[in-house]
Design a protein around this ligand. Structure first.
Ligand code: SF4
Length: 755
């Protein structure tokens, strides 16, 4: 029976999905040991709103498929190279879930500790068997249960051996933007101080690394300059390369609300997502042409005299070179590149330039290109030359993807920065951290996520990896190459809450806690640091990630004695000027924005750079960019452009949302979204199974006829193992941000019977 609200235990926490970080309260039925429901809670950034993921996407934590015991691979009985044939598109998989028999994970309870032994049939959580996830029956026989002591001893011994044989460069770690700030901080500290390497990174490399690189170069800070709520003070906003209705739903509600109160929305995107219906101006440009478009907008802003000369003179550098570059992009030329009518480019320039206050919000349609850094440079320049930074209703806001991608980056989970973006290659900074951490540190930048994968396949490269909460086998580009790399590792530790596709390749699998089962801080896209509170106990022998990281640190000889996440947070804050003054006991129920001079009495700083930028000279550095085409253009064999991304109901590689009953029920299958004419030209009907293929692989999935796609373009979400979009994508990267071009590669979509 459902208990009345007053009999339920209310725990205030934060949504674990997107970077909006909505505040919520879980109502827990302690008698049943289960969450009864979740409700939005008042906080400046979410105002009691939740989207479908926050409201219904928490039951995955009670899945019978949770890992509950450490697992050790049984010698070589499990040939890694033979793994995941279905993900390679060579198996029996289909996107419908009806023609395969995977997803029998509840049965894992009979096996080596993969599921709950008291629930061998997987009936808990509705008894529903999720389709398309790792087949526990296939994988678990190759592992055996182990004690924590045995697993930790093995990890310490093997990582130390590989380090001794191959040196610091033989070890690498992938942390997670799903973990707390404290866990991210400890993980990077372990890799840096325990193994003497900066080979530590996380999925920020795959979402906004190029934005951060451009922001750091341009304004001296990788964080947003204003909040999404500041849209209320803007006369006009540009939302570009983003589908916030699906990816940042509550932020999107602020945008729509602002428009009803008079803020103009300019929406620039290759896809006509639902935001287009709320826009005053919709610009459907060709994918991969952002630099040409924004250079042309700047060309027009300058020609019309709509620049802020005082701001340019006093607050920026390199304007003349920027002006010379954009002079080559009159609207007529840009129209040929972008496919956007020249008059529409002029209208955007006039609307933006005549406004008193404007913010640019951007997503991964800007960052996930081989020109991602250049794309973001253009946005920074456009805001700067029109004086749209440093005042209410103005600024730069890359909408961060994961719930804690901002915090994990802040905490130093990147190969080029210690906590708070302090460069590892600056000697004084390194000395400072050497003193704080009591050891010598690597003076060189480490390898990024994509470079680590490449390194594994090279002689003298990475041999041993510690993977905490990341699933690169589905999230990284060109996953056939990822599979080869994971197979080639001498030793892989995976710490996660489920048997992920990546865990299949592990030598040791450690059962971690979900965010519902631990305390920790998380930093949202607005720079809001919030406390996530423990709601329930973890299953079986699963343990909090920070405790596991500490045990591995001790195993390799580090003298770590943290007793709580708050103690870790205090150490972080002492090393991070941006987080100065923050502490567990002053974050309150709403969290606090950083920087914050007085967290006891204020919410923190909304608008950054009101007087100067964080660069060495205090100026915004304008960096001009020339348009370059994407790396793999369509041709007669692969005539369509593939764009990949997320759906409202799912999150990344689906390990959480596909185990959430309501979310999976709403969106259970993979689909390729196609323009009606592209489908008709191929004789494809809505709902038909088709094959999508590129030079790197092929997948089978359903076709969805969609008026939101441009002719010649298609879209595939990357959540679905059984139709893994990243089998198709290319692993070419932006030269500065090292981010892959997830938003552009050449594919063909055809009927299943086609050759
Ligand atoms: Fe969670 Fe993001 Fe939805 Fe808010 S908008 S409820 S943080 S997924």
């Amino acid at each position: 029976p459902i208990q009345p609200r007053e009999k339920l235990d209310a725990v205030d926490s934060v949504c674990p999905y997107c970077g909006v970080g909505c505040a919520l309260t879980y109502y827990v039925d302690r008698e049943r040991g289960a969450i009864a429901f979740a409700e939005g809670r008042d906080q400046p950034g979410s105002q009691s709103r939740l989207c479908v993921k926050g409201r219904y996407g928490w039951d995955y934590a009670a899945s019978p498929q949770r890992l509950t015991m450490p697992l050790i691979r049984i010698d070589s009985a499990y040939p890694k190279s033979a793994l995941s044939a279905d993900v390679r598109g060579e198996g029996k998989g289909s996107a419908t879930g009806a023609t395969n028999d995977r997803g029998r994970g509840g049965d894992g309870g009979n096996r080596s500790g993969g599921g709950r032994k008291d629930d061998p049939g997987g009936k808990r959580g509705g008894g529903r068997k999720p389709g398309g996830l790792v087949d526990y029956d296939e994988v678990l026989p190759y592992f055996r249960e182990a004690t924590w002591e045995e697993a930790l001893d093995l990890i310490a011994r093997r990582l130390k051996e590989i380090h001794a044989e191959g040196g610091p460069g033989a070890i690498a770690g992938f942390g997670s933007a799903k973990c707390s700030n404290e866990e991210a901080y400890l993980f990077q500290k372990l890799i840096r101080t325990g193994f003497g390497t900066n080979n530590v990174d996380h999925c920020t490399r795959l979402c906004h690394a190029s934005s951060v690189a451009a922001l750091f170069e341009g304004v001296g800070s990788g964080a947003v300059s204003t909040t999404y709520g500041d849209v209320a003070n803007a006369d006009v906003v540009i939302i570009t390369g983003s589908n916030p209705t699906a990816n940042h739903p509550v932020a999107s509600s602020f945008f729509k609300q602002a428009r009803r109160r008079g803020t103009k929305i300019i929406y620039v995107d290759p896809r006509a997502s639902t935001v287009a219906e709320h826009a005053d101006i919709f610009v459907q440009l060709k994918p991969g042409t952002d630099v040409a478009f924004y250079n042309s907008v700047m060309h027009e802003v300058i020609r019309l005299g709509l620049i802020d000369r005082e701001f340019i003179a006093g607050r920026t550098s390199n304007y003349d070179e920027l002006a010379r570059t954009v002079a080559d992009y009159p609207p007529e030329r840009a129209a040929q590149i972008t496919g956007v009518d020249a008059d529409l480019i002029r209208e955007v320039a006039r609307t933006w330039g005549e406004a008193n206050a404007g913010v640019v919000y951007w997503g991964m349609g800007i960052s996930q290109h081989t020109t991602g850094t250049d794309n973001a440079r253009c946005l920074i320049a456009l805001c700067s030359i029109t004086g749209n930074v440093g005042r209410p209703g103005t600024g730069l806001h890359p909408l961060r993807g994961q719930n804690n991608v901002q915090g994990a980056s802040d905490a130093g989970l990147v190969p080029m920065f210690y906590p708070d973006y302090q460069g590892v290659d600056r000697e004084a900074t390194r000395r400072h951290f050497e003193e704080a951490w009591g050891t010598t540190l690597d003076p060189n930048r480490g390898l990024t996520v994509t470079e680590i994968i490449k390194s594994v396949l090279q002689p003298g490269g990475v041999r041993g990896m510690y993977m905490l909460g990341e699933n690169p086998f589905l999230s990284d580009p060109n996953i056939n190459k990822v599979r080869k790399a994971l197979s080639a590792l001498d030793f892989l530790v995976v710490q996660d809450i489920f048997l992920t596709e990546t865990a299949e390749f592990a030598d040791v699998i450690l059962p971690a806690t979900s965010y519902l089962e631990k305390d920790g801080t998380y930093t949202n896209t607005d720079r809001r640091v919030q406390l996530g509170r423990k709601v329930m106990d973890p299953p079986g022998q699963a343990r909090p990630d920070w405790e596991i990281v500490q045990d591995i640190a001790r195993g390799i000889g580090l003298d770590w004695n943290y007793e709580s996440p708050s103690e870790v947070f205090d150490e972080m804050v002492a090393l991070m000027p941006s987080y100065k003054n923050l502490a567990y006991d002053n974050l309150g129920l709403s969290g606090k924005l950083y920087p914050n001079d007085d967290p006891e009495h204020t919410d923190g700083t909304v608008v950054m750079f009101d007087e100067k930028f964080n660069t060495d000279d205090g100026l915004a550095h304008l960096v001009p960019a020339q348009w370059l085409p994407p790396r793999e253009l369509p041709d007669s064999e692969f005539p369509l452009v593939l764009n990949t991304g997320r759906l409202l109901e799912h999150w990344h590689t689906g390990s959480m949302t596909r185990r959430s009953y309501a979310l999976d029920a709403i969106s259970p299958v993979a689909e390729v979204y196609m323009h009606p004419k592209d489908a008709a030209d191929r004789g494809l009907a809505h709902g038909e199974m088709v094959r999508a293929r590129s030079r790197r692989g092929a997948i089978e999935l359903l076709v969805r006829i969609s008026h939101r796609e441009q002719l010649g373009n298609c879209f595939i979400p990357f959540h679905f193992r059984e139709a893994a979009a990243n089998l198709l994508t290319i692993d070419e990267v932006d030269p500065t941000g090292k981010i892959p071009e997830f938003k552009f590669c050449a594919v063909q979509v055809e009927a299943l019977g086609a050759a």
